[in-house]
Design a protein around this ligand. Sequence first.
Ligand SMILES: *Cc1c(COP(=O)(O)O)cnc(C)c1O
Length: 376
Amino acid sequence: MTARIREFLRTRREDGPCVVVDLDVVRDNYRAFAHALPDTRVFYAIKANPAPEILRLLAALGSCFDAASVAEIEMALAAGATAERISFGNTIKKERDVARAYQLGVRLFAVDCLAEVEKIARVAPGAKVFCRILCDCDGAEWPLSRKFGCVPEMATDVLEQAHRLGLEAYGVSFHVGSQQTNTEAWDIALASASAIFRECAERGIHLRMVNLGGGFPARYLKPVPGVESYGDAIFRALSRHFGNRLPETIIEPGRGMVGDAGVIEAEVVLVSKKSEEDAVRWVYLDIGKFGGLAETMDEAIRYPIRTIHDGDDMVPCVLAGPTCDSADVMYEKVPYMLPVSLEIGDKVLIEGTGAYTTTYSAVAFNGFPPLKSYVI
Ligand SMILES: *Cc1c(COP(=O)(O)O)cnc(C)c1O
């Protein structure tokens, strides 16, 4: 919570939950990444928070962008990024969207199978492609499934096919899982990447780039290592596996760039109990899973919550959203400790909510409007 956000909220008059993002924090985060990984290009993962003010700031600071759709490519261009600073990083693309991206000047594409390589070869001749490999997400609080990437053994064939079809087989990518709290998580994936570099070289294909993905954490309830520790661990792993022939590298931070730049202000709608003897109170907010807090799914991400009663006695609470869907419960398996004095109408501040909130909020489920966003 920054002084600027506190001041903004003090003077806000409108009703309903909102997220406020402080651009000073985003700027500091960008500089911390650039400093911790000085030889690495930063591709901000637009999906984490595509607010135009954030994209414009990052474009001006020199950031590149990881886009997952033509719409995100257009947002990056509108923010002032040139097409050579944009990567189409989604491995699942319609051929006509690849063609559209190519027309817009994008020349860097992710693939993880032969069929996707063929699409790109047909409509984006000569483009650079990198092959995403599966990666074990141990240590990540928001793990990514097997949806993206192929086994490392297959990547060589995918890249060789790209080369045969006239594309530039450019490198390898992976994502160690979001909110990755283990700084060593990159090591195994980099071992696989260097093996793919060697196998491709034996086939006469010289890869140049490793895309280290995202995964850099935001600060929630538990402390996390600083970005410098990630930089050191990644540099050590790169040296271990590539010797002194280090490849070009890029990172794609989303959460780590904007997560701790945002705070949600919400309101307590109801405090109740299910029976007289119930030790656990139910606290219903005017925001829930469908209003922007989708990452509380499986209680994966536990946001810090501040109230005006902090310091009073705490009681275990089930925390739920306002909609008529019974899935709209944020924390129940592990109840959330909140002050016993918390009352209907009180405001609460949900911290670390700059990433994956506005983009996850439903348009009008139960008539609730999408999460309002202010970037200051
Ligand atoms: C979502 C995503 C990211 C960002 O991940 P974070 O864990 O938020 O940093 C980076 N790269 C790709 C390809 C992604 O899909």
